[in-house]
Each structure stands twice: as C-alpha cells, then as structure tokens.
Ligand binder design. Structure first.
Ligand SMILES: [Zn+2]
Length: 218
C-alpha cells in the first residue's frame, strides 16, 4: 500500500473511510479491509488469512463485506477469497485478464467498485503477472483524487515485485517498468515511499541493462 497523501490528526477525526491492514507473517503478504462507516459496507483485498478473521473484524466494526477483491491470481499463497465470499455472501472480484473459470465479477482497467462513499478504481499494472491489477482508493468526502493505492505484488514500500516468476506475455521487467513509471506516473512527487522504490528499481534496471550489454560483448 502506498499513500499519496498523509492524513493529519484532524483528518483522522473526521474520516469516513475505515482502513485496516492484515499481515500473513511467514510470507510477509498483506491484505486490507476498506470500509465506509457511513454506509456500513466494506471490501477486503487479497485475503490470505482464514476467512473468519476478516468476517469477525468487519462485524466488530459494524461493516458488511460486500466485495472480496484480488490483485492477481497468487502463486505464493492460497487465497481465501472464495471462502470469504462464500462465508459473507460478498461478490468475488478478479482482474478481467485473469480469465478465471469460477464464479466472479471481472473488473477491467479503469472500472470501479463503490462501497458507500469510497471508490475502488482498477489500475492494470502487469509485469509480476499478466493480469496484475492495483487499486486506487478514493475517499470521496475527503478528496476527489485518490488517497492511496493498493499495489499488490507490483510495488512494495522500498522495493518492487518479482518479474521473473512466470514467462507469459505482459510479464517480466519491461511491462513492470511501464507499470511503475507510466501507470503510477500521476502519483505526487512528495510520495517518498513510491519515489524511493522507483529509484531503486531504475538503478537495478540500469545495472541489469549494463550487464546484458557486457555479456553481449564477451
Ligand atoms: Zn504474487
């Protein structure tokens, strides 16, 4: 998750959007719950923990889980998205390009989900996997522009996702580079977490390019 703006203490007092971060410790995989307190609705993104964890947390906050959303089809852990959708009656939402054959709602680049006053907008960010999609979160009473982006396995705080796990169209360093430097290009410069990760990736990219040039010359 990369914030575009930092909330002040005043913002936190008046905020309508509820946000919680869950971490699967052995894998360092993160999942998130975004809720609109006013509407009593929530969405869960990339649920890797047991389904009951999210269901109990949402119930405790007075939120009904309406959507269960995946950034991509995970190869590094078993998602509990389908179990959570079945347990809560929520709609399972997957990137359009995942072309999954089980029941779900497909979301293409630019399409949106709405939970109360919160908009979740899909941003196709391939490279790690072909269908990988990040989600821009807009808390509309706060501002029309996105508040933060959930980046899945495309971008981490201080690092970027692996692009060497599968060999398919729209995977590898080149599409990941485009996702990072063109698709996230509208992020404000003051977003330190984003600029730090991108700087490291650019340096790594340049050193890899130099290596391959040197190998060509041998
Ligand atoms: Zn992944």
């Amino acid at each position: 998750m990369v914030p575009f703006t930092r909330a002040s203490d005043d913002d936190l007092l008046t905020i309508l959007c509820s946000f919680a971060n869950f971490c699967i410790e052995p894998l360092a995989a993160a999942s998130y719950l975004i809720g609109c307190v006013a509407a009593g609705e929530a969405a869960v993104v990339d649920p890797g923990l047991p389904a009951a964890t999210y269901a109990l947390f949402a119930a405790d906050k007075g939120l009904r889980i309406r959507y269960v959303v995946e950034t991509h089809l995970h190869a590094d852990y078993v998602s509990n998205g389908r179990a959570l959708a079945a347990l809560t009656g929520a709609t399972l939402v997957l990137p359009q390009r995942a072309a999954a054959t089980f029941a779900h709602r497909a979301l293409d680049d630019g399409e949106e989900l709405q939970i109360g006053k919160v908009i979740i907008r899909a941003l196709h960010t391939p490279g790690h996997t072909p269908e990988h999609t990040s989600y821009l979160i807009c808390d509309t009473p706060r501002a029309a522009r996105p508040w933060f982006v959930l980046t899945g396995d495309c971008l981490f705080v201080g690092d970027v996702g692996r692009a060497d796990l599968v060999e398919l169209p729209d995977t590898g360093p080149a599409p990941l580079y485009t996702s990072l430097f063109e698709r996230f290009a509208h992020a404000p410069r003051r977003c330190r977490d984003l600029s730090w990760a991108l700087r490291r990736f650019r340096l790594r990219w340049q050193s890899d390019e130099r290596q391959s040039v040197q190998h060509d010359r041998v």
